[in-house]
Unconditional design. Sequence first.
Length: 462
Amino acid sequence: MDIGYPELAVGDAYKSILLIDAALGHSSNLGWQVRLQLGMKLWYPGASDDQCFGQASINSLIGIIQPSAHTVIAKSLIYLQSYPECIAMCQLTMGKFPDWTFLVEHLTIARERLETKRILLDRLGITEKEKNQRMRLGITLVRPYPWMPARFLRREQALIDSLNEELETWGPKCKIQPSSFKPSIPSHIRGINTIPESMGMFATGLIRKGEQVFVDTTPAGFSLRNVSLFCGNCCDNLPLAPVALECCAISLFCSTKCRDLALAQYHSPMCGRDLNWVYIDFQSPPTEIPDFRPPIFLRLLAMCIQRGVHPLQHPTIARLVPAYTSIHPEGWSLHGNIYAPIMILEAFGINIYTDLRFDTWVLQTMWWRFKNNASAEVTSEQPIITSNPFLSCVNHSCEPNVASRFGSGTTAGLEALREIREGEELFISYIPLDGMQKVDRRKNLAPYFGGPCSCTRCEREP
Ligand SMILES: [Zn+2]
Ligand SMILES: [Zn+2]
Ligand SMILES: [Zn+2]
């Protein structure tokens, strides 16, 4: 925490609380193992069994570890500006342990800072809904973790080849290849070799105005719609006779294509498990923007476990690059970024303590990759958040030649806005342009790029 990774410290502290809870429960195998380890910590030459492994000795050690783990969480939540979660955690914990008065200090700081944040947000003139969202969420800076192995940073040629092979079915008139598109790199990460070569989508033949360039169906998407009434894969409307699974009744699908995609990519770890709590935020008409993290983590983690690969090497995630070039912090929540993925992994039978493929830094990086490449249609009646693999390969321009079109689900189409010649790069606009001036476009594009947009239009306009 003190060296600048509060979002990771909080994950470790939460896991240590789970271990202590197991030790206090006495009954589980894990609990006995934790008690044994704690006893070993108390061992010294000549110590009696009772001094190391006796109930009283171990409980007194737990009496030191337990409050310090909670302190790490409280302090980290303040660092991460997740004040409502800090307040809730302190209140809940003090309800359980009334003599832990050291938490009062963190509770007071969190309340004061939340008030300051409210005053600052009031001045921004944003909508009430957005204000509530920003009050509720914490923030963290998107940056590469220095210990990340180089193999997780590159987009291997094999990955690009497999994407292009897939594209032959969904968009035979385009191809992914190196692009001249260059995001500028902010000074805090300059010199770190983390930015893979830019890739872009190129026309392989003449595309006429209005033509559909590709259809992009993704399993990595989620809609705000009530999950039980819509397709379990693409969130589109269910037909009168929806397609069911033979193994369990957790989802219905709009088509055999969606069902087969679910079975092939992510259903098996979820099969037969009750994971409804993941959608709790989405059950009633939302008064606030709900947290998309739990359902997205559910889908992404299930995909990695079913394929048996490291999350950062799953083709859906490996192809995405986080916004390392941005100095804009990304939203963060204890529930969405820590509790939910850990509970999902436990439900899937992953050992969260020993399986380092799913360490907190990996989960965090996964989320950043997804979020930076997600298309969110939050303004529509049925808001969706989705990372469409082909769409995420299309770079930005303030004079786009293509536009994305979403149906009612997470499937995205790409439509040509004008005639596009063979070899031309396809560009969409990441922001609604609506006659916006260069200065406003620059402001709206800031979260995507480290510096100003350098598209042909921005270069041309004064
Ligand atoms: Zn579907
Ligand atoms: Zn099943
Ligand atoms: Zn531009």
